[in-house]
Design a protein around this ligand. Structure first.
Ligand SMILES: [Zn+2]
Length: 146
């Protein structure tokens, strides 16, 4: 297992909802990584009961707004010289563009392929988004991220 202290420069993605780690791991393309990565599942957590953790021994670029859309409770630790240099807390972004697709077959984005898929946050507590064009409701989560 990869411990934080074995990461020299990299990223630790913590407080992932138990069970979602695998999807985030593959969304980040870590299944094809040529550097050390670890997915640790069902770690005991005081706050959450169980959680997943991803450790990446490389400074990769992560789109934090998409990650926040997938799971706003995630925290990110940036590791530099084997120490936590920065902690980032995520939240649901106000707007996502080309992250999910509108499922309404009558929506203009379904018929006109050049139009970007834009959703705006409508209810932060319920993680509800609405399509910019047709108002179709979408609840944020990892399942349908493009
Ligand atoms: Zn729509």
């Amino acid at each position: 297992m990869l411990n934080v202290d074995t990461i020299k420069n990299g990223v630790v993605i913590d407080h992932i909802r138990a069970g979602a780690g695998m999807q985030i791991f593959s969304w980040l393309g870590l299944d094809k990584a040529d550097y050390s990565v670890a997915l640790i599942m069902n770690v005991a957590s005081n706050q959450m009961g169980r959680k997943d953790i991803i450790k990446i021994d490389n400074n990769i670029n992560i789109d934090f707004s998409v990650l926040g859309f997938i799971d706003p409770n995630i925290t990110i630790n940036i590791i530099m010289d084997e120490r936590i240099a920065k902690k980032i807390t995520l939240k649901l972004p106000e707007k996502v563009e080309n992250v999910i697709k509108c499922k309404n077959p009558r929506c203009i984005t379904s018929t006109e392929s050049y139009i970007p898929h834009i959703f705006r946050l409508a209810d932060r507590k319920r993680a509800e988004y609405h399509c910019e064009y047709c108002d179709e409701l979408y609840r944020a989560g990892v399942g349908d991220v493009l």
